[in-house]
Design a protein around this ligand. Sequence first.
Ligand code: ZN
Length: 336
Amino acid sequence: MSGTDDALYERLAAFVGRSAATAGTGKDPVNAAMIRHWCEAMGDAHPAYRGPDAVAPPTMLQAWTMGGLSGHTDRSPAHEELFGLLDGAGYTSVVATDCEQEYLRPLRPGQEIGFDTVIESVSERKTTKLGTGHFVTTRTDVRADGVLAGTHRFRILKYAPAARPPRKPERPSERAELTREPVREPVREQPPREPVREDPKPAPRRPRPVVNRDNAGFWEGVAAHRLLIQRCGDCATPRFPWLPGCADCGSREWEAVEASGAGTVFSYVVMHHPSFPAFDPPYAVGLIELAEGVRMVSDVVGVPYDKVRIGMPVRLEFLRVDEELELPVFRAGGED
Ligand code: ZN
């Protein structure tokens, strides 16, 4: 480390042991409604979380301390000071890296939650794939009716993003989109770019689909450039992805029908992290609602990742990924 880094680390280390929240209180006591919502969201049907003797799922520990949209008003300034110092040193990005919890006793409806958070550690300067920065770990001790019930450790990395090679392909597409010209160079249709030309390694390949007897018909359709969905033979409910039975009526009779290829973006996420071989973040992953009423996860092409919008009309096309893989993807802009 240089002298400047040493001096910064010394200042950062002085925050260790300082309070990030003192005598915080849970906005609600432990309660059955929040437990039920949590279990429904997690798909956890364990009987210990229901009925008159219910306890809260241990992993809800942090949930009882969270401030919600309006936040907590009783935070100490040390956390903000520490983050300000890191921001000022150029470590302006943040990513949550992991959390650890310890459970000492079960939480039960009616208990009042109290908590204290301390800055437990600040790492020396580390360089990760994301960039260079410092890990900051906070520890929250959670009490139920005044008795320590568990501990929640939360670790983040405050970092300066690693320099990335300039991202050329988005620009022409973006311009084309803005001027409503046909988009000829979709963002993600090229094989993954290699960071340096001289790199002799072959480009990593996209993962292969798992083809089994339940979905083989779908992939046969893809090979023939037909997007096939299933329709129940009894109640006619369309379904996707391919399954052996109807979720509505239980029937195992079905027929394959070809989707028209028209759809809209029902929802989407933009992937920034983690990066997987063969994928080059950031990129958008769309949940496409087909005209037939079923939804499928797919690439949205022909538009920069940050221009994908809910409700955007899209149209099916088939993307040749490599010599053995073709995928249905959706081109923004509806009919070309
Ligand atoms: Zn049915």
